[in-house]
Design a protein around this ligand. Structure first.
Ligand code: UDX
Length: 446
């Protein structure tokens, strides 16, 4: 099929490359010249495992092209995916300007019957507006149907997820458009769920809000575990063994970040507010998440007193491993709070440092390896569970730090392993360990 993808961000780029890999002719367009030029030269603007090789292969075989020319992009397309950004505004609602601009541009340039498929996460009812925009501006002799096809890719495993997703949701009020989309996805052999436009839009929000709820729930249980001397890892394993609960998203830590979970949960809260309903459960989910973000600072202060002039090593800047994305990363909040407390911060991340530096400038220092980040530090905070961080031998901490205190926000190390080293270790929902290797269950470490 001839496919056009509007927007070369995480979702648009992964979708483009993977559809080309499936054998389709794909043109990807974006308003950012620099991005399009990089992609035309085979350079991925994002770090995503598996993406560079598929990009190179499909550029090479001619199935994948990049352009800024809307005529080339839209005139001949059979399916157009809209995957532009839908950023959060200050009040938690969604800014749809890029989406509407894309819809106007598409309407003015299509020359054949086409299915226009929204991948961007949008408030319920947005696709009806897109339909109106397209219908009011397209040539009369052309049929243009609108489909909502929400995206469930996770950054860091997006290419794998494209080929191995749990379900594909196709929302449209037009059966013919649904069939065209079904044909496109059939080779993936992933269950396809056909539904109406609004239900598809809601599935995306409800799914991400539920995942966020699962994380905040386990983080609340982790807090109680710390108080009563239980271990959250044992508890999560026991809970997850029940098939009705399941293991995924029961990893306690310093909260969720990224471009989707916080934004989509806030947007659902906005939506319920606009419909004169309160979603008190989700309000609590966000409140718990904010509390988790500040946990490392609270624990550091309990242990060390005022952080003024103390040296902190911050390990992990991306909002999760295997990505260079720092949007809504807990590390941004931690770094800002440490600076407010008057601490000096040296940060390390295997790939996300340039993006973090764009947000934080040189208000903190950046190290190119972990020993340098730890050198002379009074305490270390582990904020992202990169393999490169969680496999660091613990003597690297004890030999490089001024005071070997680890606040592990992602439970990277087993307690038994930590006990072998002269390290004070505080994690999330598990007993603390003092420098003599004693397990402290009653909070007396603080
Ligand atoms: C999420 C959804 O999973 C995906 O379906 C949707 O398309 C986009 O949003 P993503 O943001 O890439 O994907 O990351 P995800 O793996 O869901 O993690 C989100 C955040 O939750 C990360 O900050 C992660 O550290 C945190 N998390 C995740 C936990 O704290 N505990 C867990 O058990 C799982």
């Amino acid at each position: 099929m001839k496919i056009t993808v509007t927007g070369a961000g995480y979702v648009g780029l992964v979708t483009s490359v993977c559809l080309a890999e499936l054998g389709h002719q794909v043109i990807t367009t974006d308003i950012q010249k620099e991005k399009i030029e990089m992609l035309q030269n085979g350079i991925s603007p994002i770090y995503e495992p598996g993406l560079p090789s598929l990009l190179e292969k499909n550029l090479g075989n001619g199935r994948l092209r990049f352009t800024m020319d809307p005529d080339l992009a839209y005139s001949d397309a059979e399916i157009i995916f809209i995957a532009v950004g839908t950023p959060e505004t200050d009040n938690g609602s969604i800014d749809l300007k890029y989406l509407y601009v894309a819809a106007f541009t598409i309407a003015h340039h299509i020359e054949n019957d086409v299915v226009i498929c929204t991948k961007s996460t949008v408030p319920v009812g947005t696709n009806d507006i897109i339909h109106q925009i397209i219908n009011s501006r397209k040539p009369d002799n052309i049929l243009a149907e609108v489909v909502s096809n929400p995206e469930f890719l996770r950054e860091g495993s997006a290419v794998y997820d494209f080929f191995h997703g749990d379900r594909i949701v196709i929302g449209t009020n037009n059966p013919e458009a649904a069939n065209i989309m079904e044909q496109l996805y059939l080779p993936l052999k992933i269950p396809i769920l056909k539904t109406d436009l609004k239900s598809a839009e809601m599935i995306k929000y409800a799914s991400n809000a539920f995942l966020a709820t699962k994380i905040s729930f386990i983080n609340e249980i982790a807090s109680i575990c710390e108080k009563v001397g239980a271990n959250i890892e044992e508890v999560a394993y026991g809970m997850g063994s029940d098939k009705r609960i399941g293991f995924p998203f029961l990893q306690a830590g310093i909260g969720f970040g990224g471009s989707c979970l916080p934004k989509d949960t806030n947007a659902l809260l906005q939506l319920t507010g606009c419909n004169e309903q309160r979603f008190e459960l989700l309000e609590a989910v966000m409140k718990v998440n904010r509390r988790q973000h500040s946990l490392p600072i609270v624990k550091a202060k309990e242990l060390l007193g005022p952080l003024q002039n103390k040296k902190a090593a911050l390990l992990g800047l991306a909002y999760k491993p295997d990505t260079d994305d720092v949007r809504e990363s807990t590390s941004l909040i931690i770094a800002k709070e440490l600076l407010e407390e008057g601490a000096y911060v040296t940060a390390y991340d295997p790939v996300a440092t340039p993006n973090f530096q764009k947000m934080m400038g040189n208000s903190i220092s950046y190290a190119s390896d972990i020993p340098s980040a730890l050198h002379g530090a009074d305490f270390a905070i582990i904020a992202t569970e990169w393999d490169q961080i969680k496999h660091v031998p613990l003597d690297v901490f004890s030999t490089n730090m001024k005071r070997p205190i680890i606040i592990d926000g992602r439970n990277c190390y087993s307690l038994q392993e930590v006990q072998k080293y002269p390290i004070t270790y505080i994690s999330v929902g598990r007993p603390a360990i003092d420098q003599k290797g004693q397990i402290i269950k009653d909070g007396s470490l603080f």
